[in-house]
Ligand binder design. Sequence first.
Ligand SMILES: Nc1ncnc2c1ncn2[C@@H]1O[C@H](COP(=O)(O)OP(=O)(O)OP(=O)(O)O)[C@@H](O)[C@H]1O
Ligand SMILES: [Mg+2]
Length: 336
Amino acid sequence: MAAAIEAENLVKTFGDVRALDGVSLDVPEGTVLGLLGPNGAGKTTAVRVLTTLLQPDSGRATVAGVDVLKHPNRVRSLIGLSGQYAAVDEYLTGRENLQMVGELYQMSARDAKKRALELLEWFNLSDAMDRTAKTYSGGMRRRLDLAAALVVRPPVMFLDEPTTGLDPRNRLALWEVIETLVEQGTTLLLTTQYLEEADRLAHDIAVVDHGKVIARGTADELKAQIGGERIEVVVHRPDLVPEAIAALTPFAKGDPAVEKNTRRITVPVSGGAKVLTDAIRELDARSIEIDDIGLRRPTLDDVFLSLTGHATEDENAADEGEHPAKKGRRGHGKDV
Ligand SMILES: Nc1ncnc2c1ncn2[C@@H]1O[C@H](COP(=O)(O)OP(=O)(O)OP(=O)(O)O)[C@@H](O)[C@H]1O
Ligand SMILES: [Mg+2]
């Protein structure tokens, strides 16, 4: 399949900071690439280079086959962009903002109006569409900015942290909008710090840290890469623990861990559901009474921690001042 976005060895430095330190990417047409990385990883810089807003020091990139450095104007006509640089005019209403974008892109007044109303509906902004944007809340602005990026249905879209600052309902609504776009053939590069979002939307994930792509694959591949599959069993009585460990030992890929108080035994395994069924059979054959059993797989959070050595929100978050409400982490209460 043709690559809709291709980048080769992009380097961008700001003084001493190597914001991009040799980034290569390719996004096949009609797919979603999730660029996942902590604050300062280089995500926005990569997006800015690919969308012609920033010149790299070296490297090359194409969007829809067009060279980003040689033909920036042509690239701009092929892409939609939304993100950490609001494109909203404060003194226009929500509806006027979207109509203006349509007309800027040579749509007829009638089509621009129709498209604006459709997008306002999608983004739950219909009630507020005749108020000036300066009266909008942060989340409303964010949605208007996203809607503006979608007015002209570009074949390639870049969304930089699209759901940061959105409440759960609007986040879900945006995910649905994005899924619809992708079904209709849009290619999407999405940056996010929400692992759940990458898991749900991205066909492929590139984990970026310190300006480098440090891992690449589907969510499942990345999870498999770090291992960490395990069976957890809770036996009915404490005295069953040794017998249960004996039953599970043939399946173990490492030492079992036992929590005495909860009668929980955790055994590292590999082989997925098949191993789980075999383990259940073995426990059953020995008549060991169990209260609970399950196969636990690593989450993308585990992947992220294992690859970058730190959680998605690190201590730099406060410096950037752009993320008032980073929520949505799963598991792991601790930053490392
Ligand atoms: N215009 C600039 N001038 C100086 N340094 C910059 C500039 N833009 C980015 N940087 C630096 O480059 C690095 C990468 O920044 P970038 O904005 O690409 O990170 P990011 O992955 O988008 O982070 P975040 O999750 O916080 O949005 C950071 O260290 C940042 O401080
Ligand atoms: Mg950024």
